[in-house]
Design a binder for this molecule. Structure first.
Ligand code: GAP
Length: 495
């Protein structure tokens, strides 16, 4: 099954309430996105399982929620004021702006002199087949000369307080990491931690990207899930310097995390940064790439930031940011391993990987095979006949009962087949149908079998389960019990 193209996913995301363009009624921004009712659930689920797996369940991790606005000197110390720049060129004709280092990756518009000026869109990096020319002009309008590259700082500037003067200048944070470094000593002292330990944070980051795009892949406001894992560089693990060995452990743990929540192994690969690519603070960086529709691109990065940040903040603040090594009786500056993931990019990868189109009884079915912990809706309760008040009453009652433990919706706005398709398309793993057999025919004095049908999204199998057993059944299904194991204990219902 091939991955959907981005347009298909963008359309589904909008139509089904996952993601909308920010300020759409004003024409949209194209660089910021709003998460709708289902998107916000999916995003929260991703953050929740990440926090549970990497913070809550580990004895060596704690959390933090630092403020977005920080002292301006933080960004001088971190190197962002001087180094967080991209080379940018402008088209003198259409005024569009491009990243100089990405021009070679873009298809380009060409008015070919060998074909009386006919217009062609030529694939990235290729020459024109007719005249042999390579791109020199603006790739978008095909007419304008480009300016020489200029360095452009990606941080958003703002002013703290009522006066817009240089002394009040600060920035919206471009990464959550610095909030962790400046709190290193606060956390160390208050929690009495021993190396190695990590501090995790999930929060918004802002970058004035020159070329945002590919839906939520690159936007100007996004969320990060970052860990700064502090290591004693004098320690050894398996005969290797601790920072190097622990770096490898984190690289594998991050890959395993994406696999655990449903990303196919074939869609992930590692990219080792070469010397020229390494950030100014990094000794070694490995990216996890995902096979996005526009090609292999960075999903997250795992960097060895050495002692760069703590030393810089100590230098600029005048405060000691060291750790006392009891064994060696010396103060040391820890090294830092940093697994840094974008929430939005993770969400995009999970959506792309889950999306499938298939044919069922001659009809197209779109299904999001999301991991059950990520699915925005866990259970949909559907009345087979909305004209039968007893059926509707039981369905409402059920929704109220199940919603106390799992995100559950009620829907009676279409015929049952259509309702199933709608839930498939948003990744709801289980539908519960209340039907005539559940309630029986009152006029005939029947009380019904007090059972409902549970339908599973992926297999489309249906089983008949007593109402009284639903909480137990879903408790097992939402845990780690496989559908097949649960379903084996109940009679099949007809599809
Ligand atoms: N603290 C290290 C750091 O910020 P980064 O590689 O610049 O490293 C980490 O960013 C992750 O944040 C990326 O791998 C990506 O998932 C996400 N990210 C970065 N810029 C982004 C953008 N403009 N839009 C969406 N996600 C972005």
């Amino acid at each position: 099954m091939s991955a959907p193209n981005m347009d298909v996913l963008v359309s589904l995301a909008k139509r089904r309430g996952f993601i909308f363009q920010s300020s759409e009624i004003y024409g949209g921004t194209g660089s910021c996105w709003d998460y709708g009712p289902l998107g916000v659930e999916l995003k929260q689920n991703i953050k929740r399982v990440w926090w549970r797996d990497f913070v809550q369940e580990r004895p060596d991790m704690v959390g933090l929620d630092a403020s977005i606005l920080m002292h301006a000197t933080v960004w001088k110390a971190s190197g962002h004021v001087d180094n967080f720049t991209d080379p940018m060129v402008d088209c003198r004709e259409c005024k569009r702006r491009f990243r100089a280092d990405q021009l070679g990756d873009m298809p380009w518009l060409h008015f070919c002199p060998a074909t009386k000026g006919n217009k062609f869109t030529i694939p990235a990096g290729e020459p024109c087949k007719h005249c042999g020319a390579t791109r020199t002009l603006c790739p978008e309008c095909g007419k304008g000369e480009l300016t020489a590259p200029r360095q452009f700082n990606l941080m958003f500037k703002t002013f703290m307080g009522p006066v817009e003067e240089d002394a009040a200048l600060t920035y919206l944070r471009p990464e959550t990491a610095q909030g962790i470094f400046v709190n290193f000593d606060n956390v160390l002292q208050s929690m009495r931690l021993k190396l190695p330990f990590g501090i995790a944070q999930i929060g918004k980051a802002f970058r004035n990207e020159i070329t945002p795009g590919n839906f939520i892949f690159r936007s100007r406001e996004f969320e990060q899930m970052e860990i700064e894992y502090f290591v004693n560089p004098n320690d050894r693990v398996d005969g290797r310097p601790a920072d190097e060995a622990i770096h490898d452990t984190w690289i594998e743990a991050c890959r395993a995390w994406f696999l655990r929540y449903g990303v196919a192994a074939d869609n992930l690969k590692f990219h080792e940064h070469d010397k020229a690519e390494l950030a100014h603070y990094s000794k070694r960086t490995v990216d996890i790439l995902y096979k996005f529709p526009m090609g292999w691109s960075e999903l997250m990065g795992i960097a060895n930031r050495t002692d760069f940040d703590l030393k810089q903040h100590a230098k600029f603040s005048g405060k000691s940011l060291t750790y006392f090594d009891e064994e060696r009786k010396e103060h040391i500056v820890p090294f830092v391993i940093e697994p840094s993931a974008g929430v939005d990019r993770a969400l995009l990868a999970f959506l792309l990987d889950a999306y499938q189109e298939e044919e069922v009884r001659g009809e197209k079915r779109v299904v999001l095979r999301l991991h059950h912990e990520l699915a925005p809706i866990k259970i949909a309760v559907l009345p087979l006949l909305k004209k039968r008040p007893e059926i509707v009453a039981i369905a409402h009652e059920l929704r109220t009962r199940l919603a106390k433990r799992w995100t559950t919706v009620y829907d009676d706005t279409a015929a049952i087949g259509r309702l199933y398709r709608r839930q498939d398309e948003v990744g709801t793993r289980y539908c519960v149908t209340v039907d005539v057999k559940t309630v029986g025919d009152r006029e005939k004095g029947e009380t019904g079998d007090q059972k409902v049908t549970i339908r599973e999204r992926d297999s489309m199998e249906q089983i008949r389960v007593p109402l009284a057993e639903l909480d137990t059944v879903f408790g097992r299904l939402m845990g780690d019990t496989a559908w097949a194991e649960v379903a084996a204990a109940y009679p099949r219902a007809e599809a």
